[in-house]
Write a protein that binds this ligand. Structure first.
Ligand SMILES: [Zn+2]
Length: 850
């Protein structure tokens, strides 16, 4: 198979003008394959040679302008179209295509809960070729007119409104001009909730076995959808560009969601079968808002080439968080962004694989290299940069520039240069220089505060390591005694904005020096922050007493990257968590800080002999949180999300404590009791998610067996249950269990993407290093072969979940470095391994630093 290069795409875009695809898919031809017939109407601007792409099981026939072509001439995924004459043409292609089990192309899934089958497409970035023949590049937009034949009783969803013409034969309304990667079809006996909004049909859909769970949240999901839709229409001049808005929650989806015009697909874990926290609901709402932003940025105006994928993602990410804050009950989204997303950007930006937010076009020469840029830079750093841009430009000018961009390029394509030029029309500020400093450079700046007393005033100087301009807010805080509770609090004294670099003179403020000076309060810029020593002492001892959660998020992020940089002992971070989290009221903060403490500090940054103590600290912290959330009634657990009474215990906080207690348990007794009783004392009652979580932990501890796992699977034979069982089986601390799990992951090429991931998640456990030692060396050759056989989605899962992340030692790193020289390594796996090895090196450096 050949990947498309940027040069080839430019040449083809100059040659062709594509008008219309008429596609006919027949999904009734068996379990392995489907039939695909395509007619493409296009014009060649001059005479020339080109090609069309398709990845068929069998290419049955082709014709150009009515003249048959020889199917044998297919070369990999390219069919040559030589000596095209100038003028209009019609190419028809008939082929048999294979369903996928990896979430790429046309994924087919049979629900173990009821035997019903569903298929859906994921055609990003070049997988349209797995479904029908196409000139597959983003800047050859066209009208798509699809007809789909299905088994009786199915519903077909597509980019446009679908109608059933005859039993099982569906026609989808033709699209406006869109890119090939954005075409979508989802077919099966969907459960649907439909409504109308702003004169358009809106629908949400999931597989039937999840129907009660979707119904329970339908109002919430649709309310958020409507609120975001209305808010975007206040911000954007261009109206929503498509004829309907469907959101389908589909099984075994690899990403969070995909922004197909008029048919967004989501992973169906977003249809909650078990209890979730309000932060998780906020995450789902954010994904809804993010994907809808893409309807304008990505779908209406599309990148010309994949080097600008960051602009799609950063824009949607920024707009998603900002719009949720403005339009829904989730008014504190930027704290979650700070805790859950920014670290992803900071981490990615400090690895050897970092790249500018806007990479040089030459750095993205083909589609394989473009696929590597779906990372913390393109999402989190880019969104942070846009947020800083809005702080610097003002929102009014920013939106004016965006609207110019939409109106100039609608239903067409644009580049970063177009975007910056359009922003520049709306402001006197030098956006081009800003873009060079922020978007064309790599790495994280570090801003260090120096505070001095000077007579009756104090001075602030900021050292900057790095070259970017920053506009930041400085927050100053003083101790005060809360006479009501007798506790020591911090009170905000003042906030003021400064530009960095400063012009050489320190900022002078009246009064005594504050007890705490926070640079980048409000978190409007993207930089590592170092407080002055006095402020740092105050922050560490009074973290939970800082009034604003966004400020606390910033201080926690500072502690996090000080640990990662070897400047703060991991146990100091753990102690701070132990001290402050029992008083933390923001769920995103509790979740984020506990997650880091458990998976990074306990599992990687501390040497193995210190892990039991760290786990004991975490369980005692969780016991504190459980005590703080005692007294919840059954009614509290059932009440509508987001309606917790202020001051009363929060069910979400208790759920986080229960989950982390389970994951950190070093003795089986307590959680075994919970499983036997079916409840945590004082609640919650165990749902499927918590039961599988406990069973996984018991498996890790060697305190359960195959009989118990099979028994649990009888109770929950759903797809999630199958994953739970696979995870438990792989986690059992026996040589047989590990051998069976390894065999499934690396030799069974029918294993679905989700079962692969579940097995990998169970397999590596930090407390089982002796048993797992032989697999560290086996991992590299086996993963390299697997990635070559099964493609990018499985390569990504193998690099992310099946990697020996707990083998923090020089031998393991050396093995990995040798593997990077293997010529058989695919680009997707190479990128994952490069990053994982860097994380191992960092963990080793953190251990060596203290
Ligand atoms: Zn996106």
């Amino acid at each position: 198979m050949s990947v498309l290069t940027r040069n080839e795409a430019q040449t083809r875009a100059q040659l062709l003008d594509v008008h219309r695809y008429t596609v006919d898919l027949d999904l009734t031809t068996g379990e392995a394959t489907f039939d695909s017939t395509t007619a493409i109407r296009f014009t060649a601007r001059t005479a020339g040679d080109t090609f069309v792409e398709i990845k068929p099981e069998t290419l049955r026939s082709l014709s150009l302008d009515g003249q048959p072509l020889d199917p044998e001439r297919l070369d990999g995924n390219r069919y040559p179209l030589d000596s095209l004459t100038a003028g209009p043409h019609e190419l028809t292609v008939a082929a048999t295509m294979r369903y996928s089990r990896t979430g790429e192309g046309m994924h087919r899934f049979t629900d173990p809960a009821d035997g019903e089958t569903y298929v859906y497409t994921q055609l990003f970035m070049e997988d349209v070729q797995r479904v029908f023949a196409a000139f597959d590049q983003p800047d050859l937009k066209s009208v798509f007119d699809l007809t789909v034949t299905t088994p009786t009783g199915w519903t077909v969803l597509g980019n446009g409104v679908s109608t059933q013409a005859a039993d099982g034969r569906w026609h989808i309304a033709p699209t406006p001009p869109i890119s090939t990667y954005l075409v979508a079809v989802a077919a099966g006996p969907w459960h649907s909730v439909t409504t109308q909004h702003a004169g358009l049909p809106f629908g949400i859909h999931c597989r039937r076995s999840l129907a009660p769970h979707l119904d329970a949240d339908a109002d919430e999901i649709l309310d958020i959808t409507r609120a975001c839709y209305d808010r975007y229409h206040e911000k954007f001049d261009e109206p929503y560009p498509f004829d309907s808005y469907d959101q389908a929650f589909v099984p075994e989806f690899n990403a969070g969601a995909m922004e197909n015009p008029g048919l967004v697909t989501f992973r169906d874990e977003f249809v909650y079968r078990s209890a979730v926290t309000d932060t998780e609901r906020q995450t789902r709402a954010m994904v809804v808002a993010h994907e809808m932003a893409h309807m304008w940025f990505g779908d209406l105006v599309t990148l010309t080439w994949w080097d600008d994928i960051w602009l799609n993602e950063s824009f949607a990410e920024y707009m998603g968080y900002q719009t949720l804050t403005e339009a829904t009950r989730f008014t504190d989204t930027w704290t979650d962004f700070g805790v859950a997303r920014k670290g992803w950007g900071y981490d990615a930006d400090q690895r050897p694989s970092t790249h500018p937010v806007a990479p040089d076009p030459d750095a993205v020469p083909d589609t394989a290299s473009a696929l590597l840029n779906f990372d913390g830079i393109s999402y989190a750093k880019g969104a942070s940069a846009l947020r800083q841009l809005v702080a610097w430009l003002g929102e009014k000018d920013f939106l004016a520039g965006i609207n110019t961009h939409f109106s100039r390029h609608k239903f067409a394509n644009a580049t970063l240069a177009d975007f910056i030029d359009n922003l520049a029309t709306a402001t006197d500020r030098d956006v081009h220089t800003w873009a060079d400093a922020w978007l064309r450079t790599t790495g994280v700046d570090t801003l260090t505060a120096h505070v001095e007393t000077s007579g009756h005033s104090w001075n602030l100087t900021v050292d900057r390591a790095g070259d970017r301009p920053h506009r930041v807010t400085v927050g100053t805080y003083d101790h005060s005694l809360d006479t009501h509770t007798g506790t020591d609090q911090l009170t905000l004294r003042d906030r003021f904005d400064i530009d960095i670099p400063q012009d050489g003179t320190p900022v002078t403020q009246p009064g005594h020096r504050p007890d705490l000076v926070v640079l980048n309060d409000h978190d409007l810029t993207y930089a590592k922050i170092r407080l002055d020593p006095g402020s740092w002492d105050t922050a560490l001892t009074h973290l939970s007493g800082i009034p604003d959660p966004l400020t606390r998020a910033l201080v926690w992020n500072t502690a996090r990257d000080m640990v990662r940089d070897g400047e703060l002992h991991p146990t100091v971070h753990l102690t701070a968590a132990r001290t402050h989290l029992p008083y933390e009221t923001d769920l995103a903060l509790v979740q984020g800080v506990l997650g880091f403490a458990a998976t990074q500090i306990a599992d990687r940054y501390l040497p193995p002999q210190d892990r039991p103590t760290a786990l004991a600290t975490l369980t005692s912290l969780c016991r504190d949180l459980l005590r703080r959330t005692e007294g919840l009634t059954a009614k509290d657990w059932e009440q509508a999300p987001g309606t917790t009474t202020p001051g009363s215990p929060d069910p979400g906080l208790r759920l986080i404590a229960v989950r982390h207690f389970i994951d950190a348990a070093t003795q089986p007794d307590a959680i075994q009791d919970w499983l036997r009783e079916g409840t945590v004392p004082g609640g919650p009652e165990l749902d499927a998610e918590l039961r599988w979580r406990i069973l996984t932990r018991l498996a890790v501890l060697g305190a359960t067996d195959e009989t118990a796992i099979a028994h649990e699977l009888d109770k929950d034979p759903s797809a999630t249950g199958q994953e739970g069982a696979a995870r438990c089986r792989a986690a059992l601390p026996t040589a047989e269990a590990k051998a069976a799990a390894w065999q499934a992951m690396f030799t069974d090429d029918t294993l679905s993407n989700y079962l692969f991931t579940a097995t990998a998640q169970g397999f590596w456990q930090p407390g089982q290093s002796e048993l797992l030692h032989p697999y560290v060396a086996r991992y590299y050759p086996d993963a390299i072969a697997l990635a070559a056989r099964r493609g990018p989605a499985i390569a990504e899962a193998a690099g992310r979940h099946a990697f020996p992340a707990h083998a923090v030692d020089p031998d393991s790193i050396r093995l990995g470095e040798q593997a990077l020289t293997d010529p058989a390594l695919t680009p997707a796996l190479r990128r994952k391994l490069t990053d994982q090895l860097d994380d191992l090196r960092r963990a080793l450096a953190v251990r060596d630093a203290h």
